[in-house]
Write a protein of this length. Structure first.
Length: 474
């Protein structure tokens, strides 16, 4: 441990008004004298679209691990989200999921929960709390164009305003939360810091999404998901429906090269019908479209291993999508950003001694590890994936996880083990403990379901459709 005396940061600058940037500002606000948040675009006051967040048009959720981290950083956020119309989804009680191994059961005992809402609403609830904090100020329409300092110590950031004027913002701590377009790799190279390792694992999945007016009350309506099966001899495809605010469904479908969705609204339902089960297509057929179809091609898993760089300059930390992006199929991005911000706060609470930034970056990297393992561990098995192919160990692990997933279709213990990891509350290593191994070997304790498991109320609502889906009948 360094003998350098404790030093509190007097001023911090956060680059980017993203979810990661807002949460990073929350993480440090009570530990520094002031925080200045800069963003190249406007910061909306309400639940409006924010420029620079193209992924906002697709389904978003907060995992349990993310919810807990946000509550640590901004107590009361969950209540504010729910009051604004977001939904708390008990896992797996209110989830209808068709996995490659079969339908998961909806256990009455919920062990975890999700928060579902539009990304715009979630951002606005967090942003509103951040911008009223007495130590946080925002500077919109301001672009970061370079770092101040040297390879050993960052002392601020150079910024450019909308009129082209460049100024220097001095800071004891600079936090890069500018997202996928981050310029930190180039800035570090300019300071003489080289050797940054980058991994890019791309399954080629394309996303298409739109909003619907739900044909049923959305309160207590389940999440619906049809997962992709890497083992099928056809392009991978998947889809999901999330209940969100204002009695809407947010629907996303995904397809790999050779079977990708388009932005044509006439193709949306047929594509959903081409999934491994027609449940999503049958549900949206009875719903009212409220938006055009939005398509995104950027679903690559990308990780920059800042925590391994040497030297690493004091005064600089990288969080959120600036450090790692994930295939949105797995719904991890916001939760990882929240856990990374909480890790930053925990390290900063011990002061800005020499090496603080390196320790913080390593702590953030550890929060990324679980989500990265989950996303990449699945995506490498799709036939069109580039960047990495599965080796023998990967294939053996995939077979084991598939066996555990099969057990989860009829075993509460297996389902809980998987959910602990998917909720970002446990390491993937927990899946290979003796207890989990025994659970996987034992297999499902109940017979497989041949159709979605519905409650009596859901069955009654579906019976009111003009054409009741066959899978909804007794």
């Amino acid at each position: 441990m360094s003998n350098t005396p404790y030093r509190a940061a007097s001023h911090a600058v956060v680059i980017g008004g993203s979810m990661a940037g807002m949460l990073a500002a929350a993480a440090v606000a009570d530990l520094v004298g002031s925080v200045e948040l800069i963003d190249a675009h406007e910061l909306p006051e309400g639940p409006e679209s924010r420029t620079g967040v193209p992924q906002a048009v697709h389904i978003h959720m907060l995992q349990t691990g993310g919810i807990e981290a946000i509550e640590e950083l901004l107590p009361g956020s969950t209540d504010l989200l729910l009051a604004a119309g977001a939904h708390r989804i008990p896992v797996t009680t209110n989830m209808i999921v068709y996995s490659p191994e079969g339908w998961y059961r909806r256990w009455t005992r919920a062990t975890h929960s999700l928060i579902t809402a539009s990304r715009d609403l979630t951002d606005s609830i967090i942003r509103r709390q951040i911008l009223k904090h007495p130590r946080i100020s925002a500077r919109p329409h301001t672009k970061a164009v370079g770092l101040l300092g040297n390879r050993n110590h960052i002392t601020g950031v150079r910024v450019r305003s909308a009129d082209g004027t460049e100024t220097q913002l001095r800071a004891d701590l600079v936090i890069d939360a500018s997202g996928r377009a981050s310029r930190t790799p180039q800035w570090l190279t300019g300071l003489g810091i080289n050797g940054l390792r980058e991994d890019r694992i791309d399954s080629g999945l394309v996303y298409a999404s739109r909003f619907y007016r739900a044909p049923v009350p959305t309160r207590n309506w389940p999440v619906v998901a049809v997962q992709a099966d890497p083992g099928l001899p056809r392009p991978a495809s998947a889809g999901g429906i999330l209940p969100v605010e204002d009695d809407r469904w947010h629907v996303s479908v995904m397809g790999a090269p050779g079977g990708q969705p388009t932005s044509d609204s006439q193709d949306f339902e047929p594509f959903a019908r081409s999934l491994r089960h027609p449940i999503i297509a049958d549900l949206i057929k009875a719903a009212e479209p409220l938006s055009d179809v939005k398509v995104t091609h950027s679903t690559v898993n990308r990780r920059l291993y800042y925590e391994r760089l040497s030297p690493w300059p004091d005064g600089l930390v990288v969080v959120g999508d600036s450090a790692a992006t994930f295939n949105p199929l797995y719904g991890q991005g916001m939760s990882v950003a929240a856990q990374g911000a909480l890790a930053l706060r925990e390290v900063l609470s011990n002061g800005m001694n020499a090496g603080f930034a390196r320790r913080a970056q390593r702590a953030i990297g550890r929060r990324i590890d679980t989500a990265w393992t989950l996303a990449v561990g699945t995506d490498i098995h799709f036939p069109n994936t580039t960047g990495q192919r599965p080796n023998l160990t990967d294939r053996l692990l995939r077979r084991y996880v598939s066996r555990l997933s099969y057990a989860a279709t009829g075993s509460f213990k297996a389902a809980t083990s998987l959910t602990d990891v998917l909720a970002l509350q446990a390491s993937p290593v927990s899946l290979v403990t003796p207890a989990s191994l025994l659970t996987a070997i034992s297999g499902p304790l109940r017979g497989p379901l041949d159709r979605p498991q519905l409650t009596a109320n859901e069955r009654q609502l579906l019976a009111s459709f003009e054409q009741t889906p066959a899978w909804a009948m007794q």
